[in-house]
Design a protein around this ligand. Structure first.
Ligand SMILES: NC(=O)C1=CN([C@@H]2O[C@H](COP(=O)(O)OP(=O)(O)OC[C@H]3O[C@@H](n4cnc5c(N)ncnc54)[C@H](O)[C@@H]3O)[C@@H](O)[C@H]2O)C=CC1
Ligand SMILES: O=C(O)CCC(=O)C(=O)O
Length: 448
């Protein structure tokens, strides 16, 4: 069978078997359609069916999470942990609490995490987890009781050398604190079992900032490679959560103007540049809505119930940092009209496959999330190292490691793109480079 036939067969089988899991199929298709040139050069990975093994998770855990609301109602949600691949180290990846969570979303996130973690060059395998629990509007007590119940099951499957969860959408320092407290109650002290911990119990400095800062470092090295810089660039960001806030902060520090950001209710445009401290106050302290921005900044505009990617305004850099599939063909057409030159994904898979092709065909440089947003998990791995050493590193030390990891990821993707495809095809570069390291390890470890 030719390499192309082997890859096509694999994709057809996944589509047939998992037709009801669209996000999972999308992630697998995006990956498989780019790795053929590498497989042609290295037929051993087809002969040993490494792709076939890689596509199936090592373990998929689904469980019931019962909890009690403040009014005494008996509630129940579904919890997940996908332990996808451990060839390079303990399963590593965040936990997402969002009502949209299902097996398809968990599997796409965990699958992407394998290659992202590989690209960091750190010893971490790929995993992801979460629940369809909606933290929006819940009291502190409800969040705590939910986290405790979730951990009562999850603790059976994790450990510092086994599987190390962290935060993702809907899971920040507060949730990690409650999850850690319950793990400790049941198993005793084990700092390295979770990352993204608050600083008072062995979290890492700069983990909060890492995904957003890392995203901007990636763009910095891309622009530098092209003889350009972020200074004076106009930037648009979606989302206003952890990734978005610190992407805005770092982009502004490097001299860019950030024109707007969004939440699930709407978006703001502030042509004077988004006031990042105000967004932090609204989102991190008050846990409020972005519409509150206008009260303090009457010159800005707020658009309700619309995507920020439908706004007609000129900018060169787009940083989607909200959620999957937020950019489809319609949004891509507007981005191209707005003059976007670089799209770098802070979120996981925010760009639909057909939109991605439309953008790259128009000359936009596309930076896939598995490379551009790897700074968060990279600093999580540094947190694991600090916990194992029982020594905290300074903010400057972690930030400087993060910068050099993102430089290395950019260079690896760019060099691999040149070697296998065409210049600037960073998706192919990321997929092949991420896959190569995992595939080599799987081959060397034999059928396990
Ligand atoms: N937290 C981390 O370290 C990492 C997160 N990511 C990805 O980044 C993305 C954002 O994650 P976080 O910032 O951690 O989550 P978060 O929960 O802190 O923030 C999510 C933000 O997206 C907004 N949002 C959700 N749905 C939206 C929609 N349909 N339209 C507009 N805005 C919407 C929310 O209002 C919120 O502002 C996710 O795709 C996540 O998987 C990727 C790498 C690491
Ligand atoms: O820090 C981590 O372990 C996970 C980060 C994450 O969920 C991601 O990279 O998507």
């Amino acid at each position: 069978m030719s390499t192309q036939d082997y890859v096509t067969k694999m994709l057809d089988e996944v589509k047939e078997k998992y037709g009801y899991q669209p996000e999972y199929i999308q992630a697998v298709e995006e990956f498989l359609t780019t790795v053929t040139p590498f497989l042609e050069k290295n037929p051993i990975y087809c002969e040993k069916n490494i792709l076939g093994q890689l596509i199936i998770p090592e373990r998929l855990i689904e469980f019931r999470v019962p909890w009690m609301s403040d009014s005494g109602e008996w509630m129940v949600n579904t919890g997940y942990r996908i332990q996808y691949n451990s060839a390079l180290g303990p399963y590593k990846g965040g936990l997402r609490f969002h009502p949209s969570v299902n097996q398809s979303i968990m599997k796409f996130l965990a699958f992407e995490q394998i290659f992202k973690n590989s690209l960091t060059s750190l010893p971490i395998g790929g995993g992801k987890g979460g629940s369809d629990f909606d933290p929006k509007g819940k009291s502190d007590g409800e969040i705590m009781r939910f986290c405790q119940s979730f951990m009562q099951e999850l603790q059976k499957h994790i450990g510092p050398s086994m599987d190390v969860p962290a935060g993702d959408m809907g899971v920040g320092g507060r949730e990690i604190g409650y999850l850690y407290g319950e793990y400790k109650r049941l198993n005793g002290y084990q700092a390295g079992v979770l990352t993204g911990k608050p600083l008072t119990f062995w979290g890492s400095l700069a983990r909060t900032e890492a995904t957003g800062y890392g995203l901007v470092y990636f763009v910095k090295y891309l622009l530098q490679d092209k003889g350009d810089a972020l200074k004076d660039k106009r930037v648009m960001v979606s989302g206003s959560g952890n990734v978005a806030i610190y992407a805005i902060e770092k982009a502004q520090e490097l001299g860019a103007t950030v024109l707007g950001c969004s939440d699930s209710s709407g978006y703001i445009i502030d042509e004077d540049g988004v006031d990042c401290e105000l967004v932090k106050e609204i989102k991190e302290v008050k846990r409020g809505r972005l519409s509150d921005y206008i009260a303090a900044k009457p010159n800005a505009k707020y658009v309700e119930n619309a995507s920020i990617w439908t706004e007609n305004i000129a900018y060169e850099v787009a940083l989607p940092c909200a959620t999957q599939n937020e950019i489809g063909l319609d949004e891509a057409a507007i981005l191209i009209k707005n003059g976007v030159k670089v799209l770098a994904e802070g979120a996981n898979m925010p760009t639909k496959l057909e939109a991605l092709h439309q953008l790259t065909d128009s000359g936009v440089i596309y930076c896939p999330g598995k490379a551009a947003n790897a700074g968060g998990v990279a600093v999580s791995a540094l947190e694991m190292a600090q916990n194992a050493q029982r020594l905290p590193w300074t903010f400057e030390q972690v930030d400087s490691e993060l910068d050099s990891i993102m430089k290395n990821i950019y260079e690896t993707c760019a060099t691999t793109a040149k070697e296998y495809a065409k210049e600037d095809d960073l998706l192919t570069g990321a997929n092949i480079a991420g896959f190569e390291r995992v595939a080599k390890a799987m081959l060397a470890q034999g059928l396990v």
